[in-house]
Write a protein that binds this ligand. Sequence first.
Ligand code: ADP
Length: 438
Amino acid sequence: MRLPNRWVSQLGFLTGWLVAALLLGLWFGAIAWWLVGALALYLAHTLRNVYLLDRALEGSGRVPLFETRGLWAEMLARIDKIRTKARSRKKKYHRLLREVWDSTGALSEAGIILNPEHEILWFNPSATRLLGLDPSRDIGNRIDNLLRHPDFVRYLSDPQGEGITIPSPQTPSGWLSIQLIPYGQAQQLAIIRDVTRQMKLETMRRDFVANASHELRSPLTVIGGYLDSLADDEDVPESWAAPIAEMQRQADRMTRILRDLIELTRIESAEEKARHDFVDMPRMLEQICAQYAPADVPRPRVTLHLETDAALLGSESELHSICHNLVHNAVRFTPPSGSVDVFWRTTDQGAELAVSDTGIGIPKDQISRVTERFYRVDPGRSRATGGTGLGLAIVKHALQRHGGTLQIDSEEGRGSTFTCVFPRSRISRRGGAAQAAG
Ligand code: ADP
């Protein structure tokens, strides 16, 4: 290993210094004393430099160059360089931090950083505006002590999905959407937005659709009534029979669309969670499937497989809508030679309703869209079979209100399986209480 130059010169100096002491000792006698004296002087010089360096490092200013050449001078210059670099880095971080602070302050969304214990580590000024947080009081507090809404507490313990919307604790009739984003080592960033305007618009949209549907229903009933009378009237010329029948079909279609629209807006605007009535699912499924028992009309065979007698806690009419829409769709989109199988079973996740058919299936790229309102893969076929384009939207919303999820597996030309998974907390044994969740 090669010694750096500064060390070579330092060792050279020490050797020269000792040789000089040796020569002086030889000349004047008492060599040992000369050598000890020389070493003591060298040590004193070194200690002085260490002392000066130590004092200089205590302050925050530059390290003074108390030697101009040799090992010490180089060492001091290097220490000074490192300190200058650290100082400029610190300044840069300060600037960056200020910029982050200013930009997060300008954001309309509130951002809160939480540690794994859900304690608040940091928040931006918007969090003060939206949630009334106070930096001097709330840093270090658990967020669920400040935001106590049960939906938020539940979401905090299991942050799945796209986030939640809860009433604002600050503004009456205000709404906040909260999303938790995990990062780092089990830390979380809570992004909170004021969604009062969107919620108001959404309510207006729902009210408008509900009102328009209700207003249209009465005139349509009258038109339908007159059409029925005309169809039965023997005085009406024969040539009018076909147009009247077509008008009846269209009036029926409009009635069905209005019925589904009213049902959908009712489910959408009902309280967030569905009721907890005892609903005997096996019986309900038996009744629905019985409607498709072999008949004169050619249609696929419907088989019910009851693998459990579990009932559900929920809204009877909404659960009926879910089952009816899925079975009805399966029958409509399956040729008469095909088959439809309906399964009711319990699994580790909860209870499962699966409706499987050997029908026309859905193209892969459209599976995610079929639950949108009025989305139809083949509008002509949907209309021809009495569809309104709202069935699956109703299924999706009704399921959400029961804490359930809809899974669609389908292959074009081979068939589809629609699986509704209900949480365990909604399962009820016959006449018994809800099965323990967990
Ligand atoms: P529609 O009244 O048109 O059936 P839905 O909302 O119930 O409205 O369904 C939307 C679309 O999803 C349907 O038009 C159809 O294209 C597709 N679809 C639904 N169920 C099935 C099924 N079992 N097999 C094939 N396609 C289906």
